[in-house]
Unconditional design. Structure first.
Length: 272
């Protein structure tokens, strides 16, 4: 199973929930980033940071619980973070520890941004894979991404003009460009291979959403802990001015036009 996005649309929650299913195996870190490394060159500049952070976060979680990392996990982490990375052999090796009878998953929101040739490659490389794409209200998603980016960069806009400059960052538009990305996936994968879900259902009916995912994947129902947990809550201290939010709404009008012609009313209502 491949979770392809969108960024800031509940993929971390989905990964944490599915990791509890006895028939699913997840890597010890989220976001393998293989296919975007291959087809989105501008992503390669931050991928070393991503793997360093993922490894450090995993180690720190064990330290916080006063639990040493299992030696086999330590060897696994060393193997996948040293030497030649992002080859086809390396990608298959990521999932080598998956026990027999389980389904491995790779949840990497950046996959949603793949160009046509990247989606074609995935279809050929993973001929039996199923894909899940969660869509969030375009403005809410962009605001959540903006807050995350500001926190990581250590910036705190002090005036409306500062906020207006921040919303001009093209990455905010790129990660939520459903009008460009979703048709690429729908053109190659039918409803038996591609499940599109609304973000808001995570808060309103998390168990129902997971039952829908289980049915799609052909998995038996399982119990889940922390259904209402926010894996990455929005950081405090950033209140986006209404003028900046309104400007984002105008910039994202093509996304609303696309969604209104592509999704039914219930789906649209469940996006936030």
């Amino acid at each position: 199973m491949i979770g392809i996005g969108a960024q800031k649309a509940g993929t971390s929650w989905l990964s944490e929930m599915l990791a509890q299913h006895p028939k699913i195996w997840t890597p010890p870190f989220k976001e393998v980033q293989f296919f975007n490394h291959r087809f989105v060159p501008e992503h390669r500049q931050w991928l070393p940071w991503h793997y360093r952070r993922s490894k450090e976060n995993l180690i720190n979680r064990h330290l916080a619980r006063n639990q040493p990392i299992d030696p086999d996990v330590g060897k696994y982490l060393k193997r996948i973070t040293t030497g030649e990375m992002f080859t086809e052999k390396w990608y298959r090796g990521i999932f080598a520890p998956a026990p027999k009878g389980t389904r491995p998953i790779d949840i990497t929101p950046e996959y949603s941004t793949l160009p046509d040739e990247g989606v074609d490659f995935m279809a050929e490389f993973l001929p039996n894979a199923q894909f899940i794409y969660i869509l969030r209200h375009p403005v809410d998603r962009a605001v959540s991404q903006l807050k995350m980016n500001l926190r990581r960069a250590g910036r705190d806009p002090a005036s409306l003009s500062d906020w207006m400059r921040e919303i001009e960052d093209p990455v905010l538009m790129d990660r939520g460009d459903y009008a460009a990305y979703l048709p690429r996936w729908q053109a190659r994968f039918g409803p038996d291979r591609l499940l599109v879900l609304p973000f808001g259902r995570i808060a309103r009916d998390p168990e129902g959403l997971l039952r829908r995912v289980e049915a799609f994947l052909g998995l038996p129902p399982a119990p889940y802990k922390g259904l209402h947990k926010k894996v990455f809550a929005s950081p405090d201290g950033f209140a986006v001015p209404p003028e900046a939010r309104a400007a984002l709404r105008d910039k994202l009008q093509p996304q609303f036009d696309f969604l209104e012609t592509s999704m039914d009313a219930d789906f649209l209502a469940d996006m936030r």
